[in-house]
Design a protein around this ligand. Structure first.
Ligand code: GDP
Ligand code: ZN
Length: 463
């Protein structure tokens, strides 16, 4: 038995996990959709290759033929697949943003974004697995998901849902106002006036959705990590800091080549914040960066940084070098770290606090492994509170959310256009209500699920 379904796609590896991520397609159109975005050796067509084979090539944007990602594609013809349907798995290695881009491409070619657990649901409905097996898969997925990452994603989604709720409220208010206007038809131009109000307010909502989508397309942070430079006088503990951040966190494997040979770079995931850590001590262990390459150049190196970790020594007095560093990083996102708190205090903390007035200040003993949690907290909150990024924008990186935001944008666009050309008010209302519903799906508010849907919606997206 096999039930006919449309073709679905999703990222089937947990967010942020490891270096490889897989975009999975399932359904009758899988092969033809993949062929539209895949460029292999010669004129290779995935539809024509033997089942259960893997192929090297590139994913391109068919509109421009620009290469988006270097991939390995697995081709699996049904019914010998997990879902019993034709399945394509695109193995990407370029991190979350690239994977998202690949997913968006296949969605644009006609695949539908899979609901959470929908692959497993199909396997179940196509008789491939029974319910208890489905539940086992669910447990496995749960166990594999990175807890810290979930917390981080949760924080981000909390911000997103707050914003989405506000936008929905906005739309409700437009709709309410329309009702009021319609109830007072004594004005001649009530229809025209109502349309004008609808247009203005909808334009605001559209702007907000566009802003959200823009942040989702800012690939920089997630692809390369926030460029984070560790500065400080020799011997304050820069390398120790780098090491403890690397050891306490999952190192991110990346194939973005290091830009400078003589600095040490490490990619780590700190509470869901991807960092590209640069230890300037690597330039020359015995001299600090400012001394070594001069104020001008170090300023330039530092200027490209998204975040500065400025390390001081608790057991020594503040020196001119320290003060000069504060000047160099003035105006940037800085976390000041007073290290070696296990040793007797010599540093003037009052002066440190004054110098750090614009920054966050953390004390650590890297030797005793103290204070690193607080430092990570400071990094994460800088990022998630948005001060590390464009103003107070929420960062959207979830493909389901991105797809829904695109749909919401379309719907509000139609409402605005309708209002512009003077479509009857109730038609515009329909588009607005649709926008409201789509936004509701982001926060899980409007989907009326059957029991089975509810069960399967507990799965991670892409399984
Ligand atoms: P860097 O020159 O700034 O990179 O400093 P390092 O990380 O190489 O550390 C210099 C020395 O300070 C090493 O011997 C470290 O073991 C030591 N050190 C680092 N952190 C601490 C700390 O919190 N307390 C103490 N007592 N020593 C530390
Ligand atoms: Zn060092």
């Amino acid at each position: 038995m096999r039930v006919e379904f449309d073709t679905i796609a999703a990222i089937s590896t947990p967010m942020g996990e490891g270096a490889i991520a897989i975009v999975r397609l399932s359904g009758d159109e899988s092969f033809s959709i993949a062929d539209r975005v895949f460029r292999g050796m010669g004129d290779k067509q995935l539809q024509a290759v033997p089942s259960h084979t893997i192929h090297y090539g590139h994913i391109v944007d068919p509109a421009t033929e620009t290469i988006v990602e270097e991939v390995m594609v697995s081709v699996m013809r049904g019914p010998k697949t997990f879902t019993r349907e034709d399945v394509i798995e695109i193995n990407c290695h370029g991190g979350l943003v690239t994977v998202n881009r690949v997913l968006q491409l296949v969605l644009r070619q006609g695949a539908r974004l899979a609901e959470p657990g929908e692959f497993t649901k199909r396997a179940f409905l196509n008789g491939r697995i029974d319910l208890s097996q489905a539940e086992a898969v669910m447990d496995l997925i749960r166990a594999k998901t990175d807890r810290a990452m979930n917390v981080a994603m949760g924080q981000m989604e909390g911000k997103l849902s707050k914003l989405v709720k506000l936008l929905r409220q906005e739309i409700l208010e437009i709709l309410a106002q329309v009702e009021v206007n319609i109830d007072y038809p004594e004005y001649d131009d009530v229809e025209e006036m109502t349309l004008k109000v609808m247009m203005e307010k909808s334009t605001y909502v559209r702007g907000q959705i566009e802003k959200l989508l823009e942040t989702s397309e800012q690939g920089k942070i997630l692809r390369e990590g926030l460029s984070t430079v560790i500065v400080g006088r020799p011997n304050v503990g820069k390398s120790s800091l780098l090491n403890s951040l690397v050891h306490e966190n999952k190192a991110i494997v990346t194939d973005v080549p290091g830009t400078t040979r003589d600095v040490i770079e490490e990619y780590v995931n700190v509470r869901g914040v991807p960092l590209r850590l640069v230890d300037t001590a690597g330039i020359r262990e015995t001299e600090d960066i400012v001394e070594r390459i001069g104020v001008e150049r170090s300023r330039k190196v530092l200027k490209d940084a998204d975040l500065i970790l400025l390390v001081l020594n608790h057991s020594e007095p503040l020196l001119e070098e320290d003060r000069r560093l504060f000047e160099t990083v003035n105006g940037m996102d800085v976390i000041v770290i007073v290290n070696k708190t296990d040793l007797e205090r010599v540093i003037d903390m009052k002066e440190v606090q004054e110098l750090s007035a614009q920054h966050r200040l953390v004390t650590t003993s890297l030797l005793k492994e103290q204070g690193v949690d607080e430092l990570e907290e400071a990094i994460a909150s800088l990022f998630f509170e948005g001060s590390l990024e464009a103003g107070d924008m929420t960062y959207v990186s979830n493909s389901r959310h991105i797809a829904l935001l695109h749909l919401a944008l379309q719907a509000i666009e139609e409402a605005i256009q309708g209002a512009e050309i003077g479509t009857p008010v109730d038609m515009v209302q329909i588009d607005l209500r649709r926008t409201w519903e789509i936004l509701g799906e982001i926060i899980g508010d409007t989907v009326q699920e059957s029991l089975i849907d509810q069960l399967f919606s507990q799965f991670c997206l892409g399984k």
